[in-house]
Design a binder for this molecule. Structure first.
Ligand code: PGA
Length: 248
């Protein structure tokens, strides 16, 4: 043990000034949890005051490029300038809607790492993968890029979020034991890249996490935190999640 829980709010393309204001008033400082808030990047600077309360800020994505003619892209340096120190990478919505390839996900991990951003690599299987018995293969396959990266600093700054795609925004979750067994396989695979890496790695569960169900996930030995989408749009629900995860 000894690892603090990691609790991440992923606003996705939701929220506005009102949500920003409610986060600025929220109580998110809990000894047992590291909290990262990932709003749309346009709100990062307005949320800067959270950093003084020991809450970190993150982006939901970043450009693989440092600068140049890439309309709409946001670089890692820009995220840092606006107070962000973390970024999500490879979220299933980016992979599906923006056709992000494994290669692009790796380039983004490398760009974030060069700039010193901490990263949360998102992996997960579809319902068809699970039903056909290919869930483990799919998820572990998404981690192959870490071997390709072959970079100790990148691995040191990495957390992984296991998010079964069929559980995202559906109200359905993997059972804690299903999630635990996938997390165990993920940890095993990362440990094979470097002996000490697996033990220190924080692996989060994501997919319809709520204040009601988060405690049961955190009881599992290989679940070190949660990535929260829908439930983080209600600040008091998110505060509860932080409190529960911080006191495991
Ligand atoms: P959800 O989203 O909590 O709304 O299922 C989680 C995520 O996609 O990060």
């Amino acid at each position: 043990m000894g690892k603090k829980s990691l609790v991440v709010a992923n606003w996705k393309c939701n929220g506005g000034i009102e949500l920003v204001q409610s986060y600025l008033k929220a109580f998110l400082e809990i000894d047992g949890a590291d909290v990262v808030v990932c709003p749309p990047v346009i709100f990062l600077t307005q949320l800067r005051a959270l950093i003084r309360k020991n809450v970190s800020l993150g982006a939901q994505d970043l450009s693989a490029f440092e600068a140049g003619p890439y309309t709409g892209n946001i670089s890692s340096e820009m995220i840092l300038e606006c107070g962000g120190t973390w970024t999500l990478i490879g979220h299933s919505e980016r992979r599906a809607l923006h056709l992000e390839s494994q290669e692009e996900v790796l380039q983004k991990l490398q760009a974030a790492n060069r700039a010193g951003l901490k990263t949360i690599l998102c992996v997960g299987e579809t319902l068809a993968d699970r039903k056909s018995g290919h869930a483990v293969e799919k998820v572990l396959g998404q981690l192959d890029i870490l071997r390709e990266a072959n970079d100790a600093a990148l691995l040191d700054n990495l957390s992984i979020a296991y998010e079964p795609i069929w559980a995202i925004g559906t109200g359905e979750t993997a059972s804690p034991s299903e999630a635990q067994s996938m997390h165990e396989r993920i940890r095993e695979k990362v440990s094979s890249l470097g002996e000490t890496l697996g033990g220190n790695l924080r692996i989060l569960y994501g997919g319809s996490v709520s204040a009601h169900n988060c405690g049961s996930f955190l009881k599992e030995g290989d679940i070190d935190g949660v990535l929260v989408g829908g439930s983080c749009l209600n600040v008091s629900e998110f505060e509860k999640i932080v409190r529960i995860c911080g006191s495991r």
